[in-house]
Design a protein around this ligand. Structure first.
Ligand SMILES: [Zn+2]
Length: 222
Protein backbone atom coordinates (compact mmCIF):
# COMPACT_ATOMS: atom_id res chain seq x y z
CA UNK A 1 0.00 0.00 0.00
CA UNK A 2 1.46 3.41 -0.91
CA UNK A 3 2.22 5.63 2.05
CA UNK A 4 -0.46 8.16 1.07
CA UNK A 5 -3.16 5.46 0.95
CA UNK A 6 -2.12 4.04 4.32
CA UNK A 7 -2.35 7.63 5.53
CA UNK A 8 -6.06 7.74 4.69
CA UNK A 9 -6.67 4.71 6.88
CA UNK A 10 -4.79 6.38 9.73
CA UNK A 11 -6.74 9.60 9.16
CA UNK A 12 -10.03 7.72 9.39
CA UNK A 13 -9.05 5.79 12.49
CA UNK A 14 -7.11 8.40 14.46
CA UNK A 15 -7.62 11.93 13.18
CA UNK A 16 -11.21 12.09 11.98
CA UNK A 17 -12.77 10.94 15.27
CA UNK A 18 -11.02 13.81 17.11
CA UNK A 19 -12.44 16.37 14.69
CA UNK A 20 -15.82 14.80 14.10
CA UNK A 21 -17.70 17.94 15.17
CA UNK A 22 -15.70 20.15 12.80
CA UNK A 23 -16.36 17.85 9.84
CA UNK A 24 -20.03 17.59 10.77
CA UNK A 25 -20.25 21.41 10.74
CA UNK A 26 -18.30 21.64 7.47
CA UNK A 27 -20.70 19.20 5.81
CA UNK A 28 -23.31 22.00 6.06
CA UNK A 29 -21.25 24.42 3.97
CA UNK A 30 -18.06 26.46 3.72
CA UNK A 31 -17.17 30.04 4.49
CA UNK A 32 -13.41 30.29 3.90
CA UNK A 33 -11.46 33.35 5.03
CA UNK A 34 -9.31 33.44 1.90
CA UNK A 35 -8.74 32.28 -1.63
CA UNK A 36 -5.16 31.03 -1.34
CA UNK A 37 -3.27 30.77 -4.64
CA UNK A 38 0.07 29.02 -4.46
CA UNK A 39 2.44 26.76 -6.38
CA UNK A 40 1.80 23.02 -6.80
CA UNK A 41 5.25 22.35 -5.35
CA UNK A 42 5.05 19.41 -2.92
CA UNK A 43 7.11 21.27 -0.33
CA UNK A 44 4.40 23.83 0.37
CA UNK A 45 1.95 22.68 3.04
CA UNK A 46 -0.65 25.43 3.19
CA UNK A 47 -2.46 24.26 6.34
CA UNK A 48 0.83 23.87 8.21
CA UNK A 49 2.23 27.24 7.13
CA UNK A 50 -0.93 29.15 7.95
CA UNK A 51 -2.03 26.94 10.87
CA UNK A 52 -5.52 26.71 9.43
CA UNK A 53 -8.17 24.01 9.70
CA UNK A 54 -10.25 22.50 6.91
CA UNK A 55 -12.82 25.03 5.72
CA UNK A 56 -10.62 28.09 6.27
CA UNK A 57 -8.76 28.36 2.95
CA UNK A 58 -10.12 27.92 -0.58
CA UNK A 59 -6.99 26.77 -2.38
CA UNK A 60 -5.93 27.00 -6.03
CA UNK A 61 -2.55 25.55 -6.92
CA UNK A 62 -0.63 25.50 -10.17
CA UNK A 63 2.95 25.60 -11.38
CA UNK A 64 4.28 29.05 -10.51
CA UNK A 65 1.22 30.36 -8.55
CA UNK A 66 0.06 32.02 -11.73
CA UNK A 67 -3.19 33.88 -12.38
CA UNK A 68 -3.75 34.30 -16.12
CA UNK A 69 -5.18 37.75 -16.90
CA UNK A 70 -8.93 37.63 -17.51
CA UNK A 71 -10.10 36.74 -21.03
CA UNK A 72 -13.33 35.25 -22.33
CA UNK A 73 -11.62 31.87 -22.43
CA UNK A 74 -12.74 29.76 -19.48
CA UNK A 75 -9.87 28.13 -17.60
CA UNK A 76 -9.74 26.43 -14.22
CA UNK A 77 -8.23 29.45 -12.50
CA UNK A 78 -10.82 31.84 -13.96
CA UNK A 79 -13.74 29.68 -12.81
CA UNK A 80 -12.26 29.06 -9.36
CA UNK A 81 -11.54 32.75 -8.78
CA UNK A 82 -15.07 33.68 -9.87
CA UNK A 83 -16.58 31.07 -7.54
CA UNK A 84 -14.44 32.02 -4.53
CA UNK A 85 -14.93 35.76 -4.98
CA UNK A 86 -18.54 36.03 -6.21
CA UNK A 87 -20.20 32.98 -4.66
CA UNK A 88 -18.21 32.33 -1.47
CA UNK A 89 -17.43 36.04 -1.02
CA UNK A 90 -13.97 35.42 0.46
CA UNK A 91 -12.70 38.62 2.15
CA UNK A 92 -9.04 37.96 1.22
CA UNK A 93 -6.98 36.62 -1.69
CA UNK A 94 -3.38 35.54 -1.11
CA UNK A 95 -0.93 34.86 -3.93
CA UNK A 96 1.94 32.91 -2.35
CA UNK A 97 5.18 32.23 -4.22
CA UNK A 98 8.09 30.33 -2.77
CA UNK A 99 11.86 29.91 -2.87
CA UNK A 100 13.44 27.13 -4.97
CA UNK A 101 10.47 27.38 -7.36
CA UNK A 102 11.07 25.13 -10.39
CA UNK A 103 8.49 27.05 -12.39
CA UNK A 104 10.27 30.36 -11.82
CA UNK A 105 13.61 28.76 -12.67
CA UNK A 106 12.00 27.64 -15.93
CA UNK A 107 10.56 31.11 -16.56
CA UNK A 108 14.05 32.53 -16.18
CA UNK A 109 15.48 29.97 -18.66
CA UNK A 110 12.67 29.15 -21.13
CA UNK A 111 15.12 27.71 -23.68
CA UNK A 112 15.44 24.69 -21.38
CA UNK A 113 11.71 23.99 -21.66
CA UNK A 114 11.43 22.84 -25.27
CA UNK A 115 10.42 19.33 -24.19
CA UNK A 116 7.66 20.79 -21.96
CA UNK A 117 5.58 22.87 -24.38
CA UNK A 118 2.64 23.38 -22.01
CA UNK A 119 4.87 24.44 -19.13
CA UNK A 120 6.67 26.82 -21.47
CA UNK A 121 3.42 28.40 -22.65
CA UNK A 122 1.99 28.60 -19.12
CA UNK A 123 5.09 30.41 -17.86
CA UNK A 124 4.49 33.06 -20.52
CA UNK A 125 2.09 34.53 -17.91
CA UNK A 126 5.20 35.41 -15.89
CA UNK A 127 7.08 37.04 -18.76
CA UNK A 128 6.58 40.60 -17.55
CA UNK A 129 8.21 39.66 -14.23
CA UNK A 130 11.12 38.03 -16.08
CA UNK A 131 11.53 41.17 -18.21
CA UNK A 132 11.46 43.38 -15.11
CA UNK A 133 14.28 41.33 -13.60
CA UNK A 134 16.27 41.58 -16.86
CA UNK A 135 15.98 45.36 -16.61
CA UNK A 136 16.62 45.93 -12.93
CA UNK A 137 18.68 42.85 -12.08
CA UNK A 138 21.75 43.72 -14.08
CA UNK A 139 24.96 43.11 -12.12
CA UNK A 140 23.15 41.13 -9.42
CA UNK A 141 23.94 37.51 -8.52
CA UNK A 142 21.75 34.66 -9.79
CA UNK A 143 20.33 34.26 -6.28
CA UNK A 144 19.41 37.93 -6.03
CA UNK A 145 17.84 37.83 -9.49
CA UNK A 146 15.75 34.81 -8.50
CA UNK A 147 14.62 36.56 -5.31
CA UNK A 148 13.58 39.54 -7.43
CA UNK A 149 11.71 37.26 -9.85
CA UNK A 150 9.81 35.48 -7.06
CA UNK A 151 8.63 38.83 -5.72
CA UNK A 152 7.85 40.44 -9.07
CA UNK A 153 5.97 37.34 -10.19
CA UNK A 154 3.72 37.60 -7.13
CA UNK A 155 3.14 41.32 -7.81
CA UNK A 156 2.39 40.55 -11.48
CA UNK A 157 -0.16 37.88 -10.59
CA UNK A 158 -1.85 40.32 -8.16
CA UNK A 159 -2.10 42.72 -11.12
CA UNK A 160 -3.63 39.96 -13.25
CA UNK A 161 -6.14 39.21 -10.48
CA UNK A 162 -7.48 42.76 -10.75
CA UNK A 163 -8.45 42.13 -14.41
CA UNK A 164 -10.97 39.50 -13.31
CA UNK A 165 -14.40 41.18 -13.19
CA UNK A 166 -15.43 39.50 -9.93
CA UNK A 167 -12.24 40.74 -8.24
CA UNK A 168 -12.43 44.23 -9.75
CA UNK A 169 -16.03 44.63 -8.56
CA UNK A 170 -15.29 43.54 -4.99
CA UNK A 171 -12.17 45.73 -4.82
CA UNK A 172 -14.26 48.69 -5.95
CA UNK A 173 -16.75 47.91 -3.19
CA UNK A 174 -13.88 47.77 -0.72
CA UNK A 175 -14.63 44.43 0.91
CA UNK A 176 -11.85 42.39 -0.65
CA UNK A 177 -8.15 42.60 0.20
CA UNK A 178 -5.26 41.24 -1.90
CA UNK A 179 -2.05 39.88 -0.37
CA UNK A 180 1.26 38.89 -2.00
CA UNK A 181 3.54 36.52 -0.12
CA UNK A 182 6.80 34.66 -0.68
CA UNK A 183 7.45 31.60 1.49
CA UNK A 184 11.01 30.44 2.15
CA UNK A 185 11.12 26.64 2.14
CA UNK A 186 14.44 26.44 3.96
CA UNK A 187 13.81 28.93 6.77
CA UNK A 188 10.01 29.06 7.10
CA UNK A 189 10.10 32.84 6.63
CA UNK A 190 7.17 34.46 4.89
CA UNK A 191 7.59 37.93 3.41
CA UNK A 192 4.48 39.91 2.52
CA UNK A 193 4.07 42.66 -0.03
CA UNK A 194 3.39 46.11 1.37
CA UNK A 195 1.92 48.30 -1.35
CA UNK A 196 2.54 51.44 0.72
CA UNK A 197 6.30 50.93 0.50
CA UNK A 198 6.28 48.74 -2.64
CA UNK A 199 8.46 46.28 -0.75
CA UNK A 200 8.26 42.86 0.89
CA UNK A 201 8.52 42.76 4.69
CA UNK A 202 8.39 39.88 7.22
CA UNK A 203 4.83 38.75 7.76
CA UNK A 204 4.86 39.59 11.49
CA UNK A 205 5.73 43.20 10.63
CA UNK A 206 3.30 43.48 7.71
CA UNK A 207 0.45 42.26 9.92
CA UNK A 208 1.79 43.59 13.25
CA UNK A 209 -1.58 45.10 14.21
CA UNK A 210 -3.54 41.93 13.53
CA UNK A 211 -0.92 39.73 15.23
CA UNK A 212 -1.03 41.94 18.35
CA UNK A 213 -4.83 41.84 18.37
CA UNK A 214 -4.85 38.04 18.19
CA UNK A 215 -2.19 37.79 20.91
CA UNK A 216 -4.25 40.09 23.14
CA UNK A 217 -7.29 37.93 22.58
CA UNK A 218 -5.23 35.00 23.79
CA UNK A 219 -5.50 33.10 20.54
CA UNK A 220 -2.74 31.66 18.44
CA UNK A 221 -1.59 34.12 15.76
CA UNK A 222 -2.61 32.33 12.61
ZN1 LIG B 1 6.94 26.56 -7.40
Amino acid sequence: MPKFAAGVVRFQNEVFPQKRELFEKLSQGQSPEALFITCSDSRIETAMITQTEPGELFICRNAGNIVPPHTNYTGGMTASIEFAVSALRVPHIVVCGHTECGAMKGAMNPEGLDALPHVKEWLGYSKAAVDIVSEIGEGKSDEERMQLLLRHNVILQLTHLKTHPSVAARLAKGDLELHGWVYDIKTGDVHAYDDNTNDFVPVDKRYAEQVARLAAAGTCAA
